[in-house]
Design a protein around this ligand. Structure first.
Ligand code: NAI
Length: 248
């Protein structure tokens, strides 16, 4: 159990990639705070899957875009489990549109959740980690931060911003034995991507050297590695889990 005794906070863990990450960390022995935005039943389902495996779990509803809610979430993890050793900033949303049609609120909401949300949670968790002189922060970016994507200016900007945030925090927090890395998933089959038109999916598939979409558990395995001792000398990096999509 490579994460035995560790305490993890995973944002947006009620479904999709976040749920797979929460399960992967719990399977390896970590106690997990499952954060979510609104769906109580889905968060409870993630928690039940962890409990069924004998894991320790707490669900916590909080909008990561709100600094006070992010801080309460970290406090709840400390109150329940005693610390925060691992923070995974996974919560994310899309509001796609061509730039000429993109509304201010589409820009603000995506930057607010995907980028400021990660900052809010990292700032709150880093206070605990600095005191403990140990920590792992893993930011879930996206392949589109590396290669761009039409109709996702807001999302690409937020996800590229996360890579800058990752590097800055890695430099700032390294002396306290805190590593900060990003994972950039490619096209992963989840509810976020299920709704995309077939022609978009086919176009994406044609750009993937491995000729298939990824599964949430394939992203989760990389996150679990970065959270483990095996990754203790890796910081400030972005690892693409994208079937080779960004290598062309
Ligand atoms: P999803 O839409 O299935 O799940 C998103 C999760 O974020 C949900 O649990 C939702 O409750 C939570 N969330 C949304 N807004 C929130 C807020 N304000 N506060 C707290 N939680 C909030 O998405 P999926 O596909 O699982 O994606 C997870 C992450 O991976 C996102 O950051 C996404 O941008 C990123 N990603 C996904 C890819 C994909 O192909 N599915 C590709 C690259 C990156």
């Amino acid at each position: 159990m490579v994460l035995d005794g560790r305490i993890a906070v995973v944002t947006g863990a009620s479904r999709g990639i976040g749920r797979a990450i929460a399960l992967a960390l719990a399977e390896r022995g970590a106690a997990v705070l499952v954060n979510y935005a609104s769906n109580d039943a889905a968060a409870e389902e993630t928690a039940q899957l962890i409990r069924n495996n004998g894991g320790r779990v707490l669900t916590f509803k909080a909008n990561v875009a709100e600094p006070a809610e992010a801080a309460s979430m970290v406090k709840a993890a400390v109150a329940e489990f005693g610390a925060v050793d691992i923070l995974v900033n996974n919560a994310g949303i899309t509001r796609d549109n061509f730039i000429l049609r993109m509304k201010d609120e589409d820009w603000d909401q995506v930057l607010g959740v995907n980028l400021k949300g990660a900052f809010n949670c990292a700032r709150a968790a880093a206070k605990v980690m600095v005191k403990n002189r140990s920590g792992r922060i893993i930011n879930i970016s996206s392949v589109v931060a590396l290669i761009g994507n039409a109709s996702q200016a807001n999302y690409c900007a937020a996800k590229a911003g996360l890579i800058g945030l990752t590097r800055a925090m890695a430099k700032e927090l390294g002396s306290r034995n805190i590593t900060v890395n990003a994972v950039a998933p490619g096209f992963i089959t989840t509810e976020m991507t299920d709704g995309l038109p077939e022609e978009v999916k086919e176009m994406m598939l044609s750009q993937i050297p491995l000729k298939r979409f990824g599964g949430p558990e394939e992203v989760a395995e990389t996150v679990a590695f970065l959270a483990s001792d095996a990754a203790r000398y890796i910081t400030g990096q972005t690892i693409a889990v994208d079937g080779g999509m960004s290598c062309a």
